[in-house]
Design a protein around this ligand. Structure first.
Ligand code: SF4
Length: 325
């Protein structure tokens, strides 16, 4: 499979306590050795509970925050080793749409300048033509060119944010909880718009969300994250039909099922996922990071870290219960 994006052993650690001479310093491993690939035109859903590190993965890929370690290759080029101007050359090819359409748009700029901000060295007429073209593409009228963000609904603002992100025809769009702040009916419209744009523009998406129903609808493959690590990755149909990791089973059991006859394994977890300073205090850097909550945990799980094993075509799982095929 051709690779548009390859993320290898990505790490982002945050210090939580300073100590004299650095001794005893604690770290939050927000992203811990995360690896995956995305093919051209493919959508990879990245799911997990809030605070599991999904957003940090997205921002580290774009270098909006600097990763602590690991590599990110875009079309074979290691973008983690680039500096200054060279990073900026890659930016148009990889764009992001944020969760909150209220804070992601500068309230003092009109739509023409917001959407056309990435255009340099073009005439005003050319800028207007390009912005009008992309507004129409996302279902907005050209008449809004000189309106301000506060004049629009949440759904319209998110369309403006998408127009801004796709203006320079990126090959990869990172959608970071891009529909989570919207009403359910508006969510469906934005998801359908993203699917239409993917087909028209042959873009790939990294679709970050805590909402499995939404991820199921849009993704070709899904990666499940827990406390900074990937626990399971599989083609979407396969993951939803046959989840293998106990954490994935727990997440899927929480998704409403339209068919009341449908029986799903119910998994009850103990405790809560912890990030931040509490996590730094409680996480032991040994064994499976899910062990404190896993109903199947054995002594070995607390001592050794399970490897990511292949459980079928495109299906990988990080759990001792799953045998490699
Ligand atoms: Fe649970 Fe052990 Fe599997 Fe971790 S390795 S998910 S603790 S059974």
């Amino acid at each position: 499979m051709a690779k548009l994006l390859e993320v290898k052993d990505l790490k982002k650690y945050f210090p939580v306590r300073s100590a004299p001479l650095g001794f005893g310093r604690k770290w939050v491993k927000a992203v811990d050795r995360v690896s995956f690939t995305i093919a051209p035109g493919e959508t990879l859903g990245l799911v997990g509970e809030s605070g599991c590190g999904k957003t940090t993965v997205g921002r580290s890929i774009l270098r909006l925050i600097e990763p602590t370690g690991g590599k990110v290759f875009f079309k074979g080029t290691d973008i983690t080793s680039l500096a200054g101007k060279k990073v900026r050359l890659f930016r148009p090819k990889m764009q992001i749409v944020f969760q909150d359409p209220y804070s992601s748009l500068n309230p003092r700029m009109v739509v023409l300048d917001l959407v056309g901000e990435g255009l340099h060295g073009v005439s005003l007429q050319k800028k207007k033509d390009l912005v009008v073209g992309v507004l129409e593409r996302v279902g907005l009228s050209p008449e809004i060119l000189y309106h301000y963000p506060h004049e629009f609904s949440g759904g319209q603002r998110q369309r403006i944010a998408i127009a801004r992100a796709i203006l320079l025809q990126p090959e990869l769009l990172i959608c970071d909880e891009a529909v989570s702040a919207l009403d359910v009916s508006i969510q469906a419209q934005i998801i359908n718009l993203l699917i239409k744009l993917r087909q028209e523009m042959k873009m790939a998406y990294l679709f970050i969300s805590h909402d499995l129903a939404v991820v199921k609808h849009i993704s070709h493959r899904v990666a499940v994250m827990y406390l900074g690590q990937i626990m399971e990755v599989a083609p979407t149909k396969r993951l939803f039909a046959n989840p293998l990791h106990p954490y994935t089973k727990f997440l899927l059991a929480a998704v409403p099922v339209p068919d009341p006859e449908c029986k799903r394994e119910r998994l009850v977890l103990s405790g809560e996922a912890q990030m931040g300073a509490d996590f730094a205090r409680t996480r032991v850097d040994e064994g499976c990071c899910f062990a404190p909550r896993c109903p199947y945990a054995e002594d070995r799980c607390r001592r050794e870290e399970p490897p990511l094993v292949t459980a079928g075509k495109g299906h990988q799982v990080k759990c001792f219960l799953v045998k490699s095929k």
